[in-house]
Design a protein around this ligand. Structure first.
Ligand code: NAP
Length: 547
């Protein structure tokens, strides 16, 4: 069954005075590409005598509409009696300009015989053009309901029901796969959505399985269900109208991933080269077991066409372990570093992981210095910080032969990191040269390069206006300062370096380069770096925590 999947905006109406504003918001959304408007009448319907206002609203709707009035028990706001609600639905169905669908909760439909009789009769009497149809829906705002399949069957078997809609709070990304399967296996037009932070995939990929529609909000803060994207993000960032059954799926896997710029740049890259792909945030809790179970399900799913992912903290080590245990190919550098950031799945389902962090870091640093990576051999480098980015930076420069000392506010963390990385070998089998030092003694060293891998200087971070470099360190033109922080583009450390005549390198180039290498690994194509840069213009200084 081939089905056009409509992007719908859902709008809440609280009072009759809201109507003009709601209509203009709906018109704006339709202008941007929304094809249906859901009117949430829960609160309006509680106001005595508001039925005419609801009928007028639906009649003036700038696109075919869905009208619904959900009670508190059904996860909505309506607190009135059933007879008022039933009369509202009946009036709407019999109006000259009825909604395209009325959405009634399955539990309400099953419990009220008068509702069933009234609405079935009204549907039989309403005109043919336009004609209203019944959508039966079921929601669970806490979990996947244990009787989900029975509910689906009940809606499928109800003769008056034209569309079935199911929504539940997802507890992992895997719930999205069941949502897609339920639509694929449908006997009637269907909408199956997962709510909450894990559910975005089911909403954006609704067109992959041929769902009737997906819901979006008219703007941030106007969501009518947890996890709804805005209509701008759905149509712009995720290119909803380009998604179809064959679209390849990619994502950024991490915990957390909500602030990742990955979806912005990779989807812009797909658009730029006309590639049939979509890239989504994919939150997976930290433990390896979660990673293995979730990524395994995504890879094995029959129709998802999951083709790759960017993998970020805390899963870079988990990725290497997962691919090795699954019999996939672990790239040489990823194996030696014990960490990978890129997952690639080919059309035959074979998996591979690689590390694009290290080559990006080397290209960014060496490019700015005008040297080749082997020229980093024996160069003394001070790395500030001992988190995920420090691990990637040290892996890259130590692999090129640099002599690295790690300095961190919390010294034991630097000791652990240095100890772990000393276990690594470069391509010729030589051990990495990494040690930990005391921040108080950093000025005693003779470092040629300082790399900031702490969050100090990051907008919205712990110390946005500070430099991570102790004052005792003297900078001059013989020194290079590389700040991996890229939001803002100009950090206090970069200002300090430039003021002292040192060469300074910002973190954005490194970020874009590792993404460009991933993009090539997935698509076989180079994206113009300018397309990546343009996609985040104005964003990195606005978003305090991009990764
Ligand atoms: P992380 O694992 O959380 O590590 C944070 C590091 O910053 C730790 O070493 C921490 O020290 C240190 N730190 C935090 N607050 C501090 C403070 N007030 N004073 C001194 N040190 C402090 O984070 P990450 O993933 O490594 O990311 C670090 C930074 O890299 C991010 O803030 C981001 O700006 C940047 N980044 C850049 C890229 C890129 O591609 N260019 C990509 C991702 C992130 P403790 O161990 O003492 O807590």
């Amino acid at each position: 069954m081939v089905q056009v999947t409509y992007p719908a905006v859902s709008i809440t109406i609280r009072t009759a005075d809201d109507i003009d504003r709601a209509l203009s918001r709906a018109a704006r959304a339709v202008g941007r590409g929304a094809r249906l408007v859901e009117w949430r009448l829960d609160e309006l319907a509680e106001i005595p005598g508001s039925t005419n206002a609801a009928v007028e609203l639906v009649a003036r709707s700038p696109a075919p509409s869905i009208a619904t009035c959900r009670s508190r028990a059904e996860g909505g706001e309506y607190d009135g009696d059933d007879s008022t609600r039933e009369a509202l639905y009946e009036r709407l169905v019999l109006a000259d300009k009825p909604p395209r669908y009325i959405d009634i909760d399955l539990a309400y439909w099953k419990r009220s015989e008068t509702l069933r009789k009234t609405i079935t009769a009204a549907l039989a009497h309403c005109g043919d053009d336009p004609k209203a149809s019944l959508m039966l829906s079921t929601h669970d705002f806490e979990r996947r309901p244990a009787d989900l399949l029975q509910r689906v069957e009940a809606m499928s078997n109800e003769p008056a029901c034209s569309v079935i809609k199911i929504a539940w709070q997802a507890r992992s990304l895997r719930d999205n796969l069941e949502a897609l399967d339920l639509v694929t296996d449908r006997t009637k037009p269907a909408v199956v959505l997962c709510m909450g932070e894990f559910g975005l995939m089911s909403r954006v990929l609704a067109a992959k399985s041929g769902a009737l529609l997906t819901y979006a909000s008219v703007g941030a803060g106007a969501e009518t269900a947890p996890g709804q994207p805005t209509i701008d993000d759905l149509l712009g960032r995720y290119r909803f109208e380009k998604i179809g059954p064959a679209t390849a799926v990619y994502g950024v896997i991490g915990w957390p991933v909500a602030h990742s710029l990955g979806p912005v740049i990779h989807n812009a890259g797909f658009e730029k080269i006309g590639y049939d792909g979509v890239y989504l945030p994919m939150p997976i809790p930290p433990q390896f077991e979660h990673f293995k179970a979730t990524v395994g399900s995504l890879v094995d799913h029959g129709t998802l066409t999951f083709r790759g992912a960017s993998v970020t903290a805390p899963h870079k080590e988990n990725l290497v372990r997962f691919v090795a245990e699954s019999g996939g190919r672990v790239g040489d550098l990823a194996r030696r570093l014990g960490a990978a950031n890129t997952l690639v799945i080919d059309n035959a389902g074979r998996i591979e992981c690689t590390n694009t962090d290290a080559p990006a870091i080397l290209a960014s640093l060496c490019g700015a210095m005008g040297i080749a990576p082997p020229q980093l051999r024996d160069v003394p480098i001070a790395v500030l910080g001992a988190g995920g980015v420090a691990r990637a930076v040290i892996g890259a420069v130590a692999d090129a032969g640099a002599n690295v000392v790690v300095f961190n506010r919390t010294r034991p963390r630097a000791d652990v990191l240095a100890g772990e990385l000393r276990e690594c070998r470069d391509a010729a089998g030589r051990p990495f040269r990494v040690s930990a030092g005391d921040l108080d003694s950093i000025a005693d060293g003779t470092f040629r390069i300082f790399v900031n891998c702490t969050s100090v200087g990051m907008a919205g971070g712990p110390a946005p206006h500070a430099s991570p470099l102790p004052e005792a360190v003297t900078l001059d033109e013989s020194v290079i300062v590389f700040d991996t922080v890229y939001a803002p583009a100009r950090t206090p450390l970069l200002d300090q370096a430039e003021a002292a005549g040192a060469r300074s390198i910002g973190g954005l180039d490194m970020f874009l380069r590792q993404a460009a290498l991933q993009f090539r690994a997935w698509t076989g194509r180079d994206v113009p770096m300018e397309a990546f840069r343009e996609s985040i213009t104005g964003r990195i200084d606005a978003d305090p925590d991009p990764t």
